[in-house]
Design a protein around this ligand. Structure first.
Ligand code: NAI
Ligand code: MG
Length: 805
């Protein structure tokens, strides 16, 4: 009987094509399948405290690994600290050579590393061999380049052409997850070392082996001892690393839950922090999309790495008209997915990393079904043993149901439909996360328009899950902050050199606010007037009905400022949101015009403002402070249309547009010194980059806001873009830091204020930027304006756009 070619094609069977684990087994056996920590260039003995790592495809114990306690962490941190001066004394070129050597060794050992990764994690060899390991090598090569270009470290920072004036942050503690053990190791270690830091890294407890292999490579390339330390253990070990007092920065990838714990644990310290957390990324398919390509994209989007991917396209949003057609295609494709031994070169889906994760996934799917979703799984052969799950499609998912909101981190796709692009955007943004998104449409206008509106750090147009060391990766909102890769990733491991020697900032508490008085008609003899809050472009009486007296340097009453409370802050945040949405879309040229206009109107009122400022800071400073403020307004007017994104050329047929976007609503606690210039030095860059602001001025000079809002009012600044609420900064700052509709909080007061805003930020994981309680010379442009400010006022979204057929 004749069978058609199509039938033959469909019945074609793959034979098993197993990768040989012999080489890796030899390596494991050579180590007696037991590993200590790699500290100060040597392996520690393995004591009684250890744990097992298994092959999740078979349940076989691969090795026993020492579990680090606080004392081990302390030894590792001490080694890293001791190694820092030597590492930093090398030339940039010498550091580059080490990173280059890492890349070469990764290539040399690529097969062994790939097999080891697949054994320990359960991911398919096809993925570890063709995706993870090449990206690891690429990451080290790329960062060897940055080490070279940074140049040599001098007391005033690196002397290269890039990152001039920046200096390494110091000793870095890094905690990585189990889903891409080696790739996350590279993402963390390569930029940290390239930037002249030393490292203590803790791999995940399910997958410690490839990091151990990398420590061996560190020894092979002769990396100076203590520069890279690898310690193993579970959550408690991670917590000990986070809490170690001699760490300058923590970089974490993992769950949002642990991200919150780390934010809290580091709040009272100046530790720099970057968090790469979970996601619930939308995979948006418009009715004009090439549906077959979209289906292939989905296979990579959600079934890549068994769906254990932070940026997995786990929420399919499909335009209603093509939904059934797409589901049919997806189901047909799912019937062809092969689940099986990770070492089989022809399988698509390997094993789930651990029983814990397996149970978490199955529980969430059951919840989804209980909440009304329709569950579909293909009839495909499944291995008898091991932690394997079928690819799963959930349709009829309600946007508010658990499986539409929570990260499942498994091979489970939850699908919803939409009608219009606006609805697609609304659904896409309807989670607390913001890591990645895919947009499928043959209409580039629609695709880019949607890409711009989706709140995500990475957007793939007609593609998915593409990564490159030159293109930053990282989240918006509760997916964390900071970027890995690209130039922006390097800044996570650098700080302006001057911050290392800065003094402590002084704040002046205004005892008078302890005795507020009823907000009367204000101006008595000698008092200028009673100023109000500035909310939504209008002067507003404080909700409390109280104001507080403001005195000059001689203790003479100069006016009354409104005593703001939670309600005033809530009103200000409410006004800031819609104003900011519009302002971010306002052309950069127009924003520049408004800032120039602010400068012009300041000049108009020079005499009056200088007179009032003199009451607080004396005539001499007032003059300089005023003139510097005008200068600053000009600076940020200039930057509006010049602090631009870039275009990357990743090694695919893609361009990646690295767009600098506004963060949203930024809350600002202004410093006490330089009350006018300090406030404007923070408000202006935020506004220039398209954010809206709720600022709390210095309490002791709070009446100055009256002059400022008169300037803003006459400068075409749309109402609500800048809101000024006076009162007690610690109290108002707490409300702002805890407010879920604030996207970033900046504190430039003392250490207590910095700790307070960090603690308050954990709810929605808003971005936090503080002076760490250090004094800033607001008159010194190197410290008080420019790149450092602009970077904190923006977040980078990488939009991948394919070209060619
Ligand atoms: P996890 O966040 O607990 O683990 C990630 C890393 O953090 C591991 O190295 C772990 O040992 C360490 N860790 C755990 N508790 C810690 C603490 N208190 N202080 C410092 N370090 C700590 O993630 P887990 O439990 O393995 O997975 C839970 C869920 O998290 C997954 O289902 C998934 O939704 C999400 N996840 C997201 C990842 C991502 O790439 N964004 C990676 C891994 C998990
Ligand atoms: Mg394992």
């Amino acid at each position: 009987m004749a069978t058609s070619i199509v039938e033959k094609f469909h019945s074609m069977e793959y034979g098993p094509a197993p990768e040989d684990p012999g080489e890796v087994n030899k390596w494991l056996d050579a180590h007696q399948r037991t590993f200590g920590h790699y500290i100060n260039g040597a392996w520690t003995a393995v004591g009684s405290s250890k744990f097992e790592t298994r092959n999740p495809a078979t349940g076989e114990v691969l090795a026993r690994v020492a579990q680090a306690d606080a004392a081990d962490i302390d030894r590792a941190v001490k080694a890293a600290r001791a190694a820092l001066p030597g590492w930093q004394a090398l030339t940039g070129h010498q550091r580059a050579r080490y990173l280059y050597a890492f890349a070469r060794q990764v290539q040399k050992w690529s097969r062994r590393l790939a097999v080891l990764e697949s054994l320990d994690n359960g991911k398919s060899i096809r993925e570890s061999r063709d995706i993870d390991i090449p990206l690891v090598a690429r990451h080290f090569y790329y960062h060897a380049g940055w080490a070279q270009l940074l140049g040599d470290l001098t007391p005033t920072g690196f002397d290269g052409e890039e990152f001039r004036g920046y200096t390494p942050v110091g000793v870095v503690g890094q905690i990585i997850p189990w889903n891409f053990p080696l790739l996350m190791f590279a993402w963390k270690v390569a930029p940290a070392l390239a930037a002249g830091n030393t490292v203590v890294i803790k791999p995940a407890e399910f997958t410690p082996l490839t990091a151990i292999a990398m420590a061996e490579i560190a020894a092979e390339v002769g990396l100076p001892k203590g520069v890279l330390n690898v310690v193993n253990g579970a959550g408690e070990t991670g917590a000990a690393l986070v809490e170690h007092p001699d760490i300058d920065k923590i970089a974490f990838t993992g769950s949002t839950e642990v991200g919150r714990i780390i934010r809290k644990a580091t709040a009272k310290t100046p530790k720099k922090l970057s968090l790469e957390l979970g996601g619930k990324s939308p995979f948006i398919v418009f009715d004009d999309a090439d549906l077959d390509s979209a289906v292939e994209g989905l296979v990579d989007g959600i079934w890549f790495n068994q769906g254990q991917v932070c940026c997995a396209g786990s929420r399919l949003l499909v335009q209603e008209r093509v939904a059934e057609r797409l589901y049919d295609k997806i189901r047909a494709r799912m019937e062809t997915l092969r689940v099986g031994s990770p070492l089989d070169k022809a399988i698509d889906i390997g094993a789930i990393v651990d029983q814990v994760q397996y149970d978490r996934i199955t529980k969430l799917v059951a919840m989804g079904i209980a909440e009304g979703a329709t569950c579909w799984q293909p009839e495909i052969p499944m291995p008898k043993n091991g932690l394997f799950l079928k690819p799963t499609l959930l349709t009829d998912v309600h946007p508010s149901s658990t499986v539409a909101q929570q990260e499942i981190f498994g091979p489970v796709l939850a699908s919803m439909t939409f009608r219009t692009p606006a609805e697609a955007v609304e659904l896409a943004n309807n989670t607390p996360y913001g890591l990645a998104a895919c947009v499928w449409s043959e209409n580039i206008n629609v695709a880019l328009d949607v890409a711009a509106q989706v709140k995500a750090g990475v957007v793939w147009i007609n593609s998915t899950n593409l990564f490159d060391a030159a293109c930053g990766f990282g989240g918006y909102r509760e997916s964390g902050y900071g970027r890995e890769g690209g130039k922006e990733g390097m800044y996570e491991y650098l700080v302006p050199a001057w911050t290392k020697n800065a003094q402590k900032a002084e704040v002046v508490t205004q005892a008078a606010t302890d005795s507020p008085k009823a907000d009367g008609n204000g101006s008595g003899p000698g008092i200028d007037r009673t100023v109000k809050q500035y909310i939504g472009g209008k002067q507003a009486r404080p909700d409390s009905g109280y104001s507080f007296p403001v005195y000059n340097r001689e203790g003479k009453l100069v006016g009354e400022a409104p005593l703001g409370n939670r309600k005033d802050i809530r009103n200000a945040v409410e006004a800031a949101r819609p104003a900011g949405n519009k302002w971010a879309k306002t052309a950069a040229h127009t924003r520049a015009q408004v800032l120039y206009y602010i400068a012009e109107n300041l000049i108009q009122r020079r005499e009056e403002i200088v007179r009032k400022l003199s009451e607080f800071v004396g005539e001499a400073q007032a003059q300089v402070e005023f003139d510097s403020s005008v200068d600053r307004a000009f600076t940020y007017a200039a930057w509006c249309d010049k602090f631009e994104g870039s275009v990357h050329n990743p090694p695919f047929r893609m361009v990646t547009l690295a767009m600098k976007e506004a963060i949203g609503t930024v809350a600002i606690l202004a410093p006490d010194d330089a009350p006018l210039l300090g406030l404007l030095s923070l408000v202006l860059p935020a506004v220039a980059m398209g954010n809206s602001v709720v600022a709390v001025p210095s309490e002791r000079c709070a009446t100055l806001i009256g002059d400022l809002y008169q300037v803003f009012d006459t400068s075409d600044l749309p109402g609500g873009v800048v809101n000024l609420v006076a009162g007690r900064p610690m109290e108002l700052g707490k409300t702002l830091a805890e407010h879920d509709d604030v996207d970033a909080v900046w504190s430039f007061r003392d250490e207590a204020a910095a700790a307070m805003v960090k603690l308050g930020s954990t709810g929605n994981l808003k971005q936090v930027w503080t002076n760490e309680g250090r004094a800033i010379d607001w008159f010194h442009p190197k410290q008080s304006q420019g790149l450092w400010y602009l970077q904190h006022a923006t977040q980078i979204k990488n939009i991948w756009v394919p070209y060619g057929e």
